[in-house]
Design a protein around this ligand. Structure first.
Ligand code: ATP
Ligand code: MG
Length: 423
């Protein structure tokens, strides 16, 4: 017997869940609209080189997690593991910066070959923002505020914003050498993964999840002590702006983020309710990225939110489907015709209409109407149909003293019917 199933870590988003996703996405879109952001859509597949160059050969994403394959022409292609690299490529390729700074958003599936667990999938979805061509610390604060306000608006409380400064490339290079020396002196005490990273990506060891490595690191040199005065001033000003915006934050000197392209501001928004996959939003400044792709030196900052984790946090409330305004009950051939006609007409007035298809008895159809949690039932029998009449019955929100509320309308008086339905 054929038994085809989805691939591990690639998840079907079933109808019971899509309305919740749409709701969250529409809140995001509203926040982006108010902030004057424009959407960009790039292909899901890119040349492998884009990611290895931009994200960095020695990162987990490029080293272990990419879905790469040769196409029929022998080119190495990769399913995008994140959005920023493609957005930056597209900006450079189409010279978008000639029109001035770009304030963009994107959404879509991303692919990483990871061990699937709650809040971690192989195909997952991100919604993200990129401000490209803005150097001011104000843009760091604005970008963070867009993420923060959006998450709050979705109804998430108990969020923690963690920030850090990774300094300039220069600051970081000096620090890297110091850290390498310090780690090499304690090589035997490190976990195996961290031992492998010392020479290729020592900063990543700082956010190791290994418990004994974490304990050891509490005495390690801190990047913060290696920041130039300029970098420090920047970081202080960011904090001042966040205080001013009443966005609470914590400083986490070990927050380095997984990708190579960050500098200065790095931030994450986490929640205690996500277990070990605690980060719902990650972002930072990437001033070197556009020039790495052959564009001009362009200061930039952005973030990405993991939709699956966001939906887990938003909980069942957001996933509930909207119930119909009207459930249309009908019996008989003439009634069926009228029912379909009225259904289509009412939908043009923005009402949510569910049409019964069971053909069963009125009482059974009423039971279905009740189950759908519709506010009204529109009832059309052969009798009504031949008179061109519609009977409307209120199913919910009845006043205490009324048994039921019924109205009879002529087919021509749909406007009056709609008025009744809307108040
Ligand atoms: P993590 O440390 O959890 O692996 P990350 O640093 O790799 O996260 P980013 O590359 O910063 O993640 O991506 C931004 C956001 O995308 C994350 O904060 C998370 O919400 C989400 N995300 C990343 N990888 C996955 C995944 N495999 N499944 C679901 N969501 C993910
Ligand atoms: Mg990861």
């Amino acid at each position: 017997m054929i038994n085809l199933k989805n691939l591990r870590g690639m998840v079907d988003l079933l109808p019971a869940h899509t309305q919740g996703w749409q709701k969250v996405e529409s809140i995001a879109l509203e926040h982006f609209r108010r902030a004057g952001l424009q959407e960009i859509r790039t292909p899901i597949i890119e040349q492998t080189e884009l990611f290895s160059r931009v994200i960095g050969e020695n990162t987990d994403v490029v080293g272990k997690e990419m879905y790469s394959f040769d196409d029929r022409g022998g080119r190495s292609c990769t399913l995008r593991p994140e959005g920023t690299a493609s957005v930056a490529r597209s900006i450079v390729q189409h010279g978008l910066l000639n029109n001035g700074p770009q304030r963009l958003w994107y959404r879509g599936p991303m692919f990483r070959y990871e061990r699937p667990q709650a809040g971690r999938q192989r195909q997952f979805h991100q919604i993200g923002v990129e401000f490209v061509g803005l150097a001011s610390v104000m843009s760091d604060a604005e970008v963070i505020s867009i993420a923060w306000n959006f998450l709050k608006d979705v109804g998430l409380n108990d969020l923690t914003l963690e920030i850090n400064s990774l300094g300039s490339n220069e600051d970081r290079n000096i620090f890297k050498e110091e850290l390498k020396d310090w780690l090499n002196q304690r090589f035997d005490l490190l976990d195996e993964d961290s031992q492998k990273r010392i020479n290729v990506n020592p900063l990543r060891i700082l956010d190791s999840k290994n418990k004994s490595t974490r304990e050891l690191l509490s005495d390690a040199p801190s990047l913060n002590d290696f920041l130039s005065n300029e970098s420090k001033t920047r970081f202080d000003y960011l904090q001042e702006l966040l205080v001013n915006l009443k966005i609470p934050y914590e400083i986490n000197f070990n927050l380095v983020r997984g990708l190579d392209y960050y500098s200065h501001t790095a931030f994450e928004i986490t929640s205690d309710h996500l277990g070990s996959q605690a980060t719902v939003c990650g972002g930072g400044r990437y001033d070197g990225l556009i020039s790495e792709l052959g564009g001009p030196q362009t200061p930039s900052i952005g973030w990405a939110i993991g939709m699956e984790r966001l939906i887990i946090l938003a909980g069942n409330k957001i996933l509930q489907s909207k119930s119909p305004d009207v459930y249309v009950i009908h019996k008989g051939e003439k009634a069926e015709k009228l029912a379909l006609e009225v259904t289509c007409q009412l939908r043009l007035s923005n009402l949510i209409i569910e049409l019964d298809y069971s053909g069963s008895s009125f009482s059974k159809q009423f039971k279905r109407a009740d189950k759908s949690r519709a506010k009204w039932a529109l009832v059309i029998g052969e009798d009504e149909a031949s008179k061109g009449q519609l009977l409307m019955k209120k199913l919910r929100d009845k006043q205490k003293d009324e048994v039921s509320r019924e109205y009879i309308f002529s087919k021509e008086d749909l406007d009056e019917l709609i008025k009744k339905l809307i108040d």
